[in-house]
Write a protein that binds this ligand. Structure first.
Ligand code: HEC
Ligand code: HEC
Ligand code: HEC
Ligand code: HEC
Ligand code: HEC
Length: 397
């Protein structure tokens, strides 16, 4: 009898030890989130004096700021058709949303860590405070202005009816860089390559002009009707100006200055027609294009005869080229540095008398046609805008 008890106890003991060894071996390690874009801005309560965190509600008083922000791509950072298409892919990790809907209040799940440090295995729980309407607003007023449950301002001298804290350092270009400068190899085929901040720091504007002075132009106006004029900043966040949807409101900034050469009106047979277009990154505080590695400028020069048939064509591209498979790798990059210039030359020797038209176009492109088709983006999603468009009539006598 006693022997039996010993045996049973021994079996139980061995069982427990084996089970614990098994547990130890299969134990998952939870890694904390470290990078700013791996995590959301912690949950925010509605600041005292307000009824909601929504941009629409800020806009009830800050009418102009709201109207301007609606033009910006910040207000489309969630609804953007390409973003939504990308997000549906299995290869897109949870962290994609942190720069596009940065507040935890805008996110369906609360992510607290990564199992074994794997970005495809976030530890998540349902967010009881998830606000779907707030999510649609993308990078809204509160994304930049609400922290620790109060509205952050840069003066602290206003008569705001809401809880406000003065923090001009928080509301500086540092805020912009938290999303506009991310360089990380997330996985072998997923690389974050937004270097607008580094490009600016390396260029001639550093210490002279920053993200805010160029993208949020200062102006004098009432920030709420009836409260008197003060220093204010336009909230269009104008950039490339490529609209998010056909016909959408947008504000364009142009980085390039164009210096086309003269074209003679008449040439003789066998005389070379030479045309030069000099482009200079005159106005951007960073390289152009910048940010999204899919952006590029297209330069097209076409010589057509009287019937519209192209007799000679030259195309060029300013931008980066990447290979994504089997591993993400930048293949080439001829983006223009601030103040850098580049000349594109077209030449043609006509062999007969004829009337010709030289059509020159420069387009600013969001992404190429192939990528757009791959992501099934239809014609609602504009791929480019034209920033230089000239036609020269030439007669070969
Ligand atoms: C009920 C009207 C009202 C609403 C709603 C409102 N504000 Fe204000 N806000 C004001 C007034 C009034 C001022 C002060 C104007 C003045 O003195 O010139 C102000 C001031 C500010 C300032 C400047 C603070 C400083 O220190 O310089 C910021 C920034 C601001 N509001 C952001 C917001 C944001 C973001 C929201 C939405 C989350 C919001 N406001 C909602 C009325 C409102
Ligand atoms: C000296 C003025 C200036 C400064 C400083 C500046 N920008 Fe720009 N930025 C421009 C201009 C002009 C364009 C438009 C370029 C174009 O598309 O032709 C632009 C374009 C952009 C774009 C769109 C890029 C693209 O290729 O489509 C982003 C994003 C951007 N800026 C962010 C920033 C951030 C972030 C900072 C601060 C680190 C900054 N900018 C500093 C002038 C400036
Ligand atoms: C991408 C970040 C960002 C977003 C989004 C944003 N702001 Fe601002 N806002 C700023 C910064 C930065 C300043 C301060 C500029 C300075 O003082 O140098 C500012 C300043 C202000 C001010 C003070 C007055 C002024 O014009 O300088 C008000 C009021 C304000 N914002 C309201 C709003 C409202 C309302 C929205 C949404 C409709 C909004 N902001 C969206 C970054 C943002
Ligand atoms: C929370 C992250 C975040 C912050 C903070 C932020 N941005 Fe952005 N910004 C974005 C994203 C994401 C987009 C692209 C949205 C889209 O196209 O769907 C964008 C777009 C832009 C564009 C337009 C680029 C284009 O395609 O033309 C400009 C300009 C810009 N931001 C400037 C700024 C400036 C200036 C600041 C600081 C005051 C700032 N941003 C702060 C995330 C951010
Ligand atoms: C570090 C912040 C950050 C993270 C993380 C991030 N984005 Fe963005 N995203 C941006 C900024 C900034 C822009 C605007 C860049 C520009 O115009 O130069 C942008 C723009 C975009 C655009 C619009 C491009 C266009 O041409 O208008 C898409 C689509 C997009 N991101 C998809 C994603 C996907 C998918 C992920 C996850 C794999 C992701 N983003 C993660 C910051 C971020």
């Amino acid at each position: 009898m006693q022997k039996k008890i010993v045996y049973v106890s021994l079996i139980i003991f061995v069982g427990i030890v084996a089970y614990q060894v098994f547990l130890k071996a299969t134990e998952k390690e939870i890694h904390p989130l470290t990078k700013s874009w791996e995590k959301a801005v912690p949950h925010q309560q509605i600041p005292k004096g307000l009824a909601s965190l929504s941009a629409e509600q800020c806009g009830a008083c800050h009418v102009k700021h709201y109207e301007e922000w609606q033009h910006s791509t910040h207000s489309h950072a969630w609804t953007d058709l390409q973003f939504q298409a990308e997000l549906k892919k299995e290869s897109s990790p949870y962290l994609c949303i942190n720069c596009h809907i940065p507040l935890q209040n805008q996110q369906e799940f609360i992510v607290t860590g990564l199992i074994d440090g794997d970005i495809y295995q976030p530890v998540k729980q349902t967010n009881p405070h998830f606000d779907k309407k707030l999510q649609q607003e993308g990078i809204n007023c509160a994304s930049c202005h609400v922290r620790d449950n109060v509205v952050i301002g840069s003066t602290g001298t206003t008569k705001a009816p809401h809880a406000t804290r003065k923090d001009p350092v928080f509301l500086s270009e540092k805020l912009c860089l938290s999303c506009h400068n991310a360089k990380a190899v997330v996985t072998s085929t997923l690389v974050c390559s937004f270097e607008t901040g580094d490009e600016w720091k390396a260029g001639p504007y550093y210490g002279q002009k920053n993200c805010i002075s160029c993208h949020m132009e200062p102006t004098k106006r009432e920030i709420v009707a009836g409260f008197g004029e003060r220093l204010s900043h336009l909230h269009y966040f104008a950039g490339s100006g490529i609209p998010k949807e056909k016909g959408a409101k947008t504000k364009v900034l142009n980085g390039l200055a164009f210096y086309p050469s003269e074209v003679e009106k008449t040439y003789s047979v066998n005389e070379e027609i030479v045309y030069r277009l000099k482009l200079k990154n005159e106005f951007a505080g960073h390289r152009v294009p910048s940010g999204d590695p899919e952006r590029f400028f297209g330069i097209s020069m076409e010589l057509m005869d009287e019937t519209g048939k192209v007799v000679s064509r030259k195309t060029d591209r300013i931008g980066e080229k990447w290979e994504w498979y089997p591993a993400a790798k930048k293949i080439s990059d001829n983006n223009l540095n601030p103040k850098e210039e580049r000349t594109f030359t077209f030449s043609y020797k006509p062999t007969q008398k004829q009337k010709l038209t030289l059509a020159v176009k420069v387009t600013k492109n969001r992404l190429d046609k192939k990528s757009a088709e791959y992501n099934k983006l239809d014609e609602r999603y504009p791929l480019f805008i034209t920033v230089f468009d000239e036609k020269y009539a030439i007669e070969v006598k």
